[in-house]
Design a binder for this molecule. Structure first.
Ligand code: CP
Length: 321
């Protein structure tokens, strides 16, 4: 694997390989000594132009558990505020010896630009670009669904026939996009539930079914319900009448969560708007996998870094594999 830029172009074999290596990594994380020597001598740069808690820390933990050196860069407090370009910033980091660059950027396509421009030779991982994609979030979500469904027997399995309902602000969600492409590749049946104003115009071309009524979708007994964050910071207009009305129609409260089959899981990528798209009762219930997703994120990102920097990075022609 040369880069990880999206899940739309990630084939089934590579996706399953990442999930299976993540299983191996997860096994090592239950040992007393969690650190592996695999990436000793490698340097991983976290290049974050947008805020993050989970993704940045998770990549840092993943890299350190593989014994890589980690450089954390955040745009705030850097020379970006003096107008330094993405190219100059990236080349500066490359000059410090970066082998992999994990980039989060408000512009959709920024990771692909880094990967294809020839500015730097490091492997690039998209940690969220605008409203485009967040591939490692989708991989950790798929890993979580698979582990909950198949337990110790997960390796090699796809998600054929698994019913996943994705609810909320699809329009602004890179998490939703990455999940739609990856879950479809793995054979899941995906239903999007949202206000009509919070769906992208091209959703009819996506491998999903669309419903507007959350209770109708929940009545079908999905295996997983994935709640999306309402991205107030990306909204420049009124997409719904009020937060109270949104919560009443599309929020997952305790009653709705309790209506699900006993083995259904409730997911959220975080950060959560408690009381808006999800109630505390649902977020903290035994069926919630919110913290499990965070834990699994470290194993999945260890797998991605391993495959990028140690495992199978033998394609020096620059193709995505
Ligand atoms: N899920 C996710 O991307 O969270 P952060 O924004 O905290 O990284």
């Amino acid at each position: 694997m040369r880069h990880l830029l999206d899940t739309q172009t990630l084939d089934r074999e590579t996706a399953l390989r990442i999930l299976d290596v993540a299983e191996d990594m997860s096994d090592t994380q239950s040992r007393e000594v969690k650190k592996l020597p695999t990436l000793r001598g490698k340097t991983v740069v976290n290049l974050f132009f947008e805020d993050s808690t989970r993704t940045r820390i998770s990549f840092e933990a993943a890299a350190k558990r593989l014994s890589a050196d980690v450089i954390n860069f955040t745009a705030k407090g850097s020379s970006v505020s003096k107008g330094e370009s993405l190219k100059d910033t990236a080349q500066t980091l490359q000059a410090m010896g970066a082998d992999a660059v994990i980039i989060r950027h408000p512009a959709s396509g920024a990771p692909r630009t880094l990967a294809t421009s020839g500015w730097i030779s490091a492997g690039i991982v998209n940690a969220g670009d605008g409203t485009h994609e967040h591939p490692t979030q989708a991989l950790l979500d798929a890993f979580t669904i698979r582990k909950r469904r198949f337990g110790l027997d997960s390796r090699g399995r796809d998600l054929a026939g698994i019913k996943v309902v994705i609810v909320g602000d699809v329009l602004h969600s890179r998490v939703a996009r990455s999940n739609v492409w990856l879950l479809a590749t793995l054979g899941a049946k995906i239903t999007l539930v949202s206000a009509p104003t919070l769906l992208p115009q091209n959703v009819s071309h996506w491998p999903v079914r669309v419903l507007y009524d959350l209770d109708e979708a929940l009545a079908e007994g999905p295996d997983a319900v994935m709640m999306l964050r309402i991205q107030l910071e990306r909204m420049n207009a009124a997409y719904f009448p009020s937060e109270r009305e949104y919560s009443r129609r599309w929020g997952l409260d305790a009653v709705r969560a309790a209506s699900l089959p006993s083995d259904s899981i409730v997911m959220h990528p975080g950060p959560m708007n408690r009381g808006l798209e999800i109630s505390s009762a649902a977020a903290d219930s035994p069926r919630s996998t919110v913290l499990e997703q965070v834990t699994n994120g470290v194993s999945v990102r260890m797998a991605v870094l391993y495959l990028l920097l140690a495992g199978e990075r033998n394609d020096e022609r620059g193709e995505d594999k």
